[in-house]
Design a protein around this ligand. Structure first.
Ligand SMILES: [Zn+2]
Length: 228
């Protein structure tokens, strides 16, 4: 499930990057036709990398040459911004507008997954989960305490109060869940809310980027048996 969600998420991110680059290219093409000087500037800017490589390997003072190339670059960019504004466009009109400016739609920042990728994986995990299960994810918000009687037996807390405490426990458990978190065992009659609460825990944990497997005990034992 994790692999599938990851693949889907990376596909979305790659798509976002391709769109951003394509749209920037389309803007450039359009503007270059309208303002020929911008085409010249773009051509010169594109040669920057090659000029730097040449400077590095030249026998003369590379540093001064590179500084000059960078100065020329800045001057060209300033001229381009002015030309764009004079033609009624924003100064940064030709910049690539990434969906996520933190990772520039690569999904990674300094070798770590970007928040945008984590969010997509969590969403895809939830979709995947709902597809593979006859149950759908529930949320804590839709858990109503109204069904539980407010009146309790003499000197005993009411069912509603007990459920309110259980609900709070489950919410805290999901919020603080980590790889080594202890297990939770829920016992009680049918219809008391065990399924709703466990699915709400699953949903909340998935939103935090974890993978959840929801199976009935007989199913799980059957699968394990088949493995051996
Ligand atoms: Zn990102």
């Amino acid at each position: 499930m994790r692999n599938e969600s990851y693949k889907r998420s990376m596909k979305t991110i790659t798509g976002r990057r391709e769109t951003a680059l394509r749209e920037a290219e389309e803007r450039t093409t359009k503007v270059c036709f309208q303002v020929p000087r911008i085409r010249e500037i773009q051509n010169q800017l594109q040669q920057t990398g090659g000029k730097i490589v040449k400077a590095v390997f030249s026998k003369q003072d590379s540093r001064t040459q590179i500084e000059q190339i960078m100065l020329d670059n800045i001057r060209l960019q300033q001229e381009q911004s002015q030309l764009l504004e004079a033609s009624g466009y924003p100064a940064d009109y030709l910049e690539v507008e990434y969906f996520c400016r933190f990772c520039e739609d690569t999904g990674y920042r300094q070798g770590h997954q970007c928040e945008c990728l984590k969010k997509l994986i969590a969403e895809n995990n939830a979709l995947e989960f709902n597809r593979g299960s006859s149950l759908s994810l529930a949320s804590f918000d839709s858990f109503s305490l109204d069904y539980y009687p407010e009146e309790g037996a003499l000197h005993a807390p009411s069912s509603r109060r007990i459920m309110a405490e259980i609900l709070e426990f489950c919410q805290t458990y999901a919020a603080r869940f980590h790889q080594n978190a202890p297990s939770v065992l829920m016992m009680g009659d049918t219809g008391l809310g065990k399924t709703h609460l466990s699915l709400a825990i699953a949903g909340a944990i998935m939103k935090r980027g974890y993978t959840v497997l929801y199976v009935s005990a007989p199913d799980l034992f059957r699968k394990l048996q088949n493995e051996y």
